[in-house]
Design a protein around this ligand. Structure first.
Ligand code: AMZ
Length: 325
């Protein structure tokens, strides 16, 4: 069957998306049996395609052998706090700030209402200074939300981690400490199972700390390996060069991190559209279990509810994908 160009992913999109297309987008075009046939052809012959199971069933296109994804990918909206406001930085540069909201609690509630199952908070002042600065907003958000909230930025001592977990934070993220005092991460991970996350922020593959102002010579993947047996809940892998740029995730770096790490990896940095999110699914079998999205949500380039539908629970991945890794 010849496919109309509406259904084909043209290079370089095909490359960018690893061949994934989003059914709902494709489904906007055409109607009736012709569309169903085209869809079937796409599914069978051309693409590794991610679609919603329910839509396939509605069109009687479900076939034996197709599997629902074993590992849904969690989309985690980010709220970066600077002086009490919700902002995004460009490549982590404190001199390139875009302010998106002056009401962090309202913003957090909005992401929750749109279906977020977890919220990512960063105290940007804290990351730079090593001291908590935005606790007012952090605590107000945590008590207003019913979903789990995680926080990074300026958590540098056991007491601070205990304080945050004690006031309702679900997880704390350790960045600078992971490089400078890895044994503190081991201790905390043992004391608080499932609650400690290591944030590895990398510039050209090397770990950066203290608000990304200090660069080290440590390979991000080597640091990830250091925590393989610590009992941490996850690693958040941030590519500084793409963070806040909307230019797409650094898939190579993420693949390397996922291969190095024995714990789940959460991707962070560069998401600018739905295709970028879909492209991460190719790495799900390697252990990428979530993705942090910031600027693209504020800009409206990614619709949170639609994105959750596309890569979260209830979608289908054809079996080819599980061999991608
Ligand atoms: O954007 C930045 N300059 C920045 C940022 N987003 N600097 C640090 N952070 C985040 C890290 C991690 O979640 O991604 O702060 C946390 C690490 O903080 P610390 O204080 O543990 O290094």
């Amino acid at each position: 069957m010849r496919l109309s160009s509406n259904w084909t992913a043209q290079p370089p999109l095909l490359e960018q998306t690893c061949g994934y297309r989003h059914f709902r987008r494709l489904g906007e075009r055409g109607k009736g049996p012709a569309k169903a046939l085209e869809l079937e052809a796409v599914l069978n012959r051309r693409f590794r395609l991610v679609v919603l199971v329910v839509e396939l069933r509605q069109r009687s296109l479900w076939q034996p052998g197709w599997q629902q994804l074993a590992r849904p990918m969690q989309i985690i909206p980010a709220i970066d706090l600077l002086d009490g406001h919700c902002v995004r930085l460009h490549q982590g540069d404190y001199g390139q700030v875009t302010r998106f909201s002056d009401d962090p609690v309202a913003q957090a509630l909005a992401w929750q209402e749109q279906g977020a199952q977890r919220l990512h908070l960063v105290d940007l002042d804290g990351a730079k200074s090593g001291e908590p600065v935005n606790d007012g907003a952090v605590k107000a958000i945590t008590s207003a939300l019913s979903i789990p909230v995680q926080l990074g930025g300026g958590v540098r001592t056991a007491d601070r981690a205990a304080e945050l977990l004690g006031c309702g934070l679900d997880r704390v993220i350790l960045g600078t400490v992971a490089l400078e005092q890895p044994e503190l991460v081991d201790e905390l991970a043992a004391a608080y199972p499932g609650k400690i996350v290591v944030g590895i922020d990398a510039k050209n593959g090397k770990v950066a700390t203290r608000g990304w102002i200090e660069e080290s010579s440590t390979e991000a993947t080597a640091l990830a390996k250091r925590f393989n047996t610590s009992g941490i809940a996850a690693i958040i892998s941030t590519d500084i060069a793409t963070d806040g740029t909307l230019a797409g995730p650094n898939l190579e770096a993420l693949r390397a991190m996922a291969e190095a790490s024995a714990v789940p990896v959460i991707a962070s940095g560069g998401i600018g559209n739905l295709e970028h999110l879909l492209s991460l699914l190719a790495l799900a079998p390697l252990g990428i279990e979530g993705v942090i999205v910031g600027r693209a949500l504020y800009d409206g380039r990614v619709d949170l509810a639609e994105a959750i539908q596309a890569i979260g629970d209830g979608r289908l991945q054809d079996p080819i994908d599980s061999n991608l890794a």
